[in-house]
Design a binder for this molecule. Structure first.
Ligand code: 48N
Length: 328
């Protein structure tokens, strides 16, 4: 039996007093359309179904505040939705559909530095074997032997973002900054002041940017026994978590990102993606700030595979410490 035709019989409109009344005259217009193409050439009679502004407001706010409630206790938080963070989110959500994953991204537009290649050029280079990740998410590329080229970086980032946003166990909170880390005492024999990370402290990014000129704008929180931080190399928001670890004396100092050396940088970032302090895994270019690793410049394979490794690390830590971290 064919699906019911999409019949747009202009329904009863609700007027501003909210009183429903029959339309005095129903428009003679009645679209039976199954495809966009069938709407064509009927625009003079076309009309959208009726709406009331409050319906839009409630549709947005109900969902957003339900998400805030749901993800107030997350299993894993990813800070930074750049190429590394999104690759980690994709890999983690694929491996562990049972885990609740919150992504907190300061920018309105996720994607970090991966919307363009180098110097605002469009093409994105990834050295092999990172093309395996492109296969995984279905991004076409040109094969140049030892490396591949995606014709536009935005094709990679938009495809990856689209896939991440479709996972039922992932929620992206963009335009939202992590402005601190939640900690719990975790003294060790060598450091009685050691802590483990147990979540993130958040605020609207625009609020975070105005703490110096507007007082008392307290933050919100997300509890999670495990955080993956991929906030990029040092910059206005970059390297956030590792700089915070220094200021709370959990690591002594930052190594500071070193000069550009593609061949050294990419292997180092992928291989050393790891849990830097209990409960905090660092990947992508934020890691270069911890380890004093070289930068790689306009090649993105290490970001994708560092994200894959961060997800693998997270699953390992989660399985090992789940019960311990859940008493946060
Ligand atoms: O793209 P980035 O900056 O970081 P990665 O590590 O995902 O990718 C790095 C890559 O783009 C390069 O830098 C390339 C390979 N070049 C290397 C080189 O040598 O120059 O994404 C980080 C994301 C951004 O979207 C930020 O907005 C976000 O993290 N972010 C935050 N989000 C929430 N709270 C914060 N405190 C925060 N800080 C940064």
């Amino acid at each position: 039996m064919s699906p019911p035709a999409a019949i747009f019989e202009i329904p009863v409109a609700s007027n501003d007093m909210g009183i429903k009344k029959d339309l005095a005259v129903k428009a003679a217009f009645n679209v039976q359309a199954k495809t966009v193409a069938e709407l064509e050439n009927k625009w003079e009679k076309f009309t959208f179904a009726p709406i009331r502004e409050s319906q839009v407001s409630r549709a947005m706010t109900r969902r957003y505040f339900n998400d805030l409630d749901t993800y107030a206790e997350s299993d894993i938080v990813i800070v930074g939705a750049g190429s590394c963070g999104l690759s980690a989110a994709y890999t983690l959500a694929t491996k562990r559909p049972d885990l609740k994953i919150a992504i907190v991204e300061a920018g309105v537009a996720p994607g970090g530095g991966a919307w363009l290649g180098g110097q605002l050029f469009s093409a994105m280079v990834m050295r092999k074997p990172a093309e395996l990740f492109l296969h995984e998410i279905g991004v076409p590329y040109e094969d140049e032997g030892d490396f591949v080229v995606v014709k536009h970086a935005a094709l990679f980032t938009s495809t990856l973002l689209s896939k991440v946003l479709q996972f039922p166990n992932v929620k992206l909170f963009n335009a939202t900054a992590v402005e601190d880390l939640i900690t719990r005492p975790a003294p060790t024999s060598s450091d009685p002041n050691a802590v483990r990370i147990a979540g993130v402290v958040t605020n609207w990014t625009l609020v975070s940017m105005h703490h110096d000129d507007q007082s008392c704008m307290d933050p919100n929180t997300i509890n999670a026994p495990l955080v993956i931080s991929t906030t990029g190399h040092d910059g206005p928001f970059g390297a956030f978590s590792v700089k915070r670890l220094v200021s709370m004396q959990q690591i002594e100092k930052l190594g500071g990102m070193r000069g550009l050396d593609m061949r050294t940088a990419e292997d180092a970032i992928v291989k050393r993606t790891r849990e830097v302090v209990p409960g905090l895994i660092v990947g992508g270019m934020e890691l270069s700030e911890v380890d004093g690793a070289n930068r790689m410049g306009p090649t993105f394979g290490a970001m994708a595979l560092s994200g894959v490794k961060a997800a693998e690390e997270a699953v390992g830590v989660w399985d090992e410490r789940n019960a311990q971290n859940k008493d946060a």
